[in-house]
Design a protein around this ligand. Structure first.
Ligand code: PHB
Length: 359
């Protein structure tokens, strides 16, 4: 029977198992937002995962919204990532980079020239943003002009080409968790009256244009997409998420992507706290390979793959704390627990020092 240990082909990427590493922000990039030797070691340690999805990686200077997140828009960042992909490949692994633009989830202190962050509409997020000066209130973003969107699409294309040059096996377009593309998709953050706002077709337009352009540039079989239909993270919601995302996923079928990666519910929250959404319906509409994510353990992940709810499962916290998670699952071995005080700080502590089974 197909299970977590069965091989899987995602477009052009052959996985030896269906245990995927979820994208996880770790805030340990070096000067110039360049991956460091520690980044190399962290991903190399996790190369036995079926596929590594990197931490979210900003596609251009305006895409940044957090300190020390490694970008994919400068020659130095590409060189840093190249050492990561080489190490993962040498260790027998596969790695795709998550391409990120935060949109309004930023601050002038994190923007080039102290500029105002951009978004579909000039709506200020509720909450605070971590800057180099500590926590600050969000600001009201500037609504992007329709005439600016082709350059934005071109930034995704350039970042995808950079990723290929840096040796990645593929890219995941981040269209979830309240960041820029999700701000276009969901109705609470998109109050535009042009061709990119209003109806679900219009709200999905930018994502679909990005996908078409990135697929044309690097090949559809190396492109995936991340969606999170109901998470309220980053102060976002949709008036009718099932209708919106049934439509989006139906449109994705046109591209024959390598994979669709869906965060169920709210990241980190228990299922009882998730807003209602029918993921089986997405599964039925979507014709390609589906990765599900959020709080799975070995038993629930096995059940989801064996029962056909998903083709693969993305594990975040479990792979963060267990570099050899695949082997631990195989042996039924106990798991290390993540040190939540070191998710975003600590350099090597809580990053590259989680023990392997043999240790
Ligand atoms: C975060 O930095 O907290 C973060 C980044 C990307 C996500 C979710 C959370 O998709």
């Amino acid at each position: 029977m197909t299970d977590l240990f069965s091989p899987l082909r995602l477009g052009a990427i052959d996985l030896p198992n269906r245990i995927v590493m979820s994208s996880l922000t770790r805030n340990r990039a070096g000067a110039g937002n360049v991956p460091t030797d520690l980044t190399v070691e962290y991903y190399r340690q996790r190369a036995s995962a079926g596929l590594i999805l990197t931490e979210a990686s900003p596609i251009c200077p305006e895409a940044h919204g957090y300190p020390r997140t490694p970008g994919i828009h400068t020659a130095e960042q590409m060189a840093g990532w190249k050492t990561v992909t080489a190490a993962v490949h040498a260790a027998g692994g596969r790695i795709a980079i998550q391409l990120w633009h935060v949109g309004r989830i930023s601050h002038p202190d994190l923007q080039p020239g102290g500029a105002t962050p951009v978004a579909p509409s000039a709506l200020c997020p509720v909450g605070q943003v971590m800057t180099f000066k500590g926590m600050q209130e969000y600001v009201t973003p500037r609504a992007l002009e329709a005439a600016e969107l082709p350059a934005l699409v071109a930034s995704y294309v350039q970042a995808a080409k950079n990723a290929m040059a840096a040796g990645f096996d593929g890219v995941e377009i981040h269209a979830g968790n309240g960041y820029l593309l999700d701000q276009f998709l969901r109705s609470s953050t998109n109050q535009r009256s042009d061709a990119y706002g209003g109806s679900k077709e219009n709200r999905a337009r930018l994502l679909l244009e990005v996908l078409a352009a990135v697929c044309a540039a690097i090949g559809n079989n190396r492109v995936g997409v991340r969606l999170s239909p109901v998470t309220p993270f980053n102060d976002i919601s949709d008036a009718n998420p099932q209708e919106t995302f049934d439509y989006v996923v139906g449109e994705l079928n046109r591209f024959d992507l390598a994979f669709l990666d869906v965060l169920q519910g709210t990241g980190g929250a228990a299922p009882e706290q998730w807003l209602p959404f029918d993921y089986a319906r997405l599964r039925a509409i979507y014709k390609g390979k589906l990765i599900l994510n959020n709080g799975y353990d070995f038993a629930t992940g096995q059940a989801a793959v064996q029962g056909g709810a998903a083709d693969a499962i993305a594990y975040g916290r479990a792979l963060l704390a267990n570099p050899d998670l695949v082997e631990r699952f195989r042996r039924g071995a106990p798991l290390n627990q993540p040190d939540y005080t070191k998710l975003y700080v600590g350099e090597e502590k809580g990053y590259t020092d989680y023990p392997f089974l043999a240790d």
